[in-house]
Design a protein around this ligand. Structure first.
Ligand code: FAD
Length: 345
């Protein structure tokens, strides 16, 4: 057996070797937990600091199939957790501080000082929108402030909204919002967009879209009912501060994958998302990924759930192959490079 590999009795030294550890408690993580639990892999799911992930800060989810009456983000997360636990997923409230994938089995270390040994890992650490970090932003999130037009555009039928940002996402989402809103003003801190030419052309020719150049948002203002009523803006050239009335503030100033664990170990794209193949495999055999850590295109609960399911099914197949043939005889053509001298467990 190669250095550091798990013995077949499922222990390294005195420590049990997990079949699979799922990292992340968003929709992708809980779905991966559910599927690996139903495959009798007894998964351990480590939640991270943001229990439930991004959907847990969502006021109302209307576009997740199966819930025609819609439900709140926290309710949906709780249902996902219960379902995963029902089949045996063990949920640990902890944060993964380090993963060692340089030898096998892998080692997962946590902020609470725990150390786990595992044959496979499903990374579902998701992403987070880049915030403006201005007064009122957090307070009115879900009450007029949004980071997702696909999710929340519907609530702004016939209303006035602003979009903050000037890249592809901001312009795409502004175009999407014109299906619902009566007026969409795009506020950008520069005097020209960063978005691609084709998107710019579409936006400039859309009658519902107006541009407010050289402008930053300093504060989100609310009304007596606790909903957004406007923003305080500032002209970056003149410094003049003024108020702008609006019903909704859509912020698209960047999306950051939670890749802190992955630097230098995994192949990431130029925006820091994990690169996976069509079987959800990362560049490290035995490590799979799902959800917004690898997806910068769709970014929905439904797509993250689908990717969590796919990663779990693939993990199950990989483990079966590994148990039957070891690394050398596996179908996975990639070579797992075990360091000759290194022993991590
Ligand atoms: C305000 C808002 C509203 C939205 N509304 C909708 C909607 O109505 N409908 C819809 O379909 N989509 C909506 N979305 C998008 C949807 O929430 C995301 O697509 C989805 O949550 C992504 O799921 P995920 O599991 O990939 O990651 P996330 O939800 O981002 O979850 C990531 C998880 O990983 C954990 N994690 C991160 N790092 C670590 C670590 N080191 N150790 C352990 N755990 C870690 C976090 O704690 C978190 O639990 C919304 C997003 C936002 C921000």
């Amino acid at each position: 057996m190669a250095t550091g590999q798990a013995s077949t009795n499922g222990h390294v030294g005195h420590r049990p070797v997990e079949d699979v550890i799922v990292i992340g408690s968003g929709p992708a993580g809980f779905t991966a937990g559910l599927y690996t639990a139903r495959a009798n892999l007894n998964p351990l799911l480590i939640t991270g600091n943001d229990y439930g992930g991004q959907v847990s800060i969502t006021y109302e989810v209307e576009n997740y199939p199966g819930f025609p009456e819609s439900l709140s983000g926290p309710e949906l997360v709780e249902k996902m957790k219960l379902q995963a636990e029902k089949f045996g997923t063990r949920v640990e409230f902890d944060y993964v501080s380090e993963i060692d994938v340089e030898s096998h089995p892998f080692v997962v270390r946590t902020a609470n000082g725990k150390e786990y040994v595992t044959k496979s890992i499903i990374l579902a650490t998701g992403a987070r929108p880049r915030y403006l970090e201005i007064p009122g932003e957090q307070e009115y999130t879900g009450k007029g402030v949004s980071y997702c037009a696909t999710c929340d555009g519907f609530f702004f039928r016939g209303k006035d909204v602003i979009v903050v940002g000037g890249g592809d996402s901001a312009v795409e989402e502004a175009l999407f919002l014109t299906k619902f809103a009566s007026r969409v003003r795009v506020l950008h801190r520069r005097d020209q967009l960063r978005a691609s030419k084709i998107l710019q052309d579409r936006a400039f020719s859309n009658e519902k879209i107006e541009f407010v150049w050289n402008t930053v948002v300093n504060e989100v203002l609310g009304d007596a009912e606790g909903k957004v009523r406007g923003v305080v803006i500032q002209n970056t050239e003149t410094g003049v501060v003024s108020e702008l009335q609006t019903d909704g503030v859509f912020i698209f100033v960047g999306h950051l994958p939670n890749n802190q664990l992955l630097q230098e170990k995994f192949e990431l794209d130029e925006d820091g998302h994990l690169i996976v193949d069509t079987k959800m495999r990362t560049n490290v055999p035995g490590v799979f990924a799902a959800g917004e850590i690898m997806d910068k295109v769709f970014k929905q609960v439904a797509t993250s759930v689908g990717q969590g399911c796919a990663a779990a099914m693939q993990t199950e197949r990989w483990l079966a192959d590994f148990e039957a043939h070891g690394f050398e005889g596996m179908e996975d053509p990639r070579v797992f490079r075990l360091p000759q001298q290194r022993v991590t467990v």
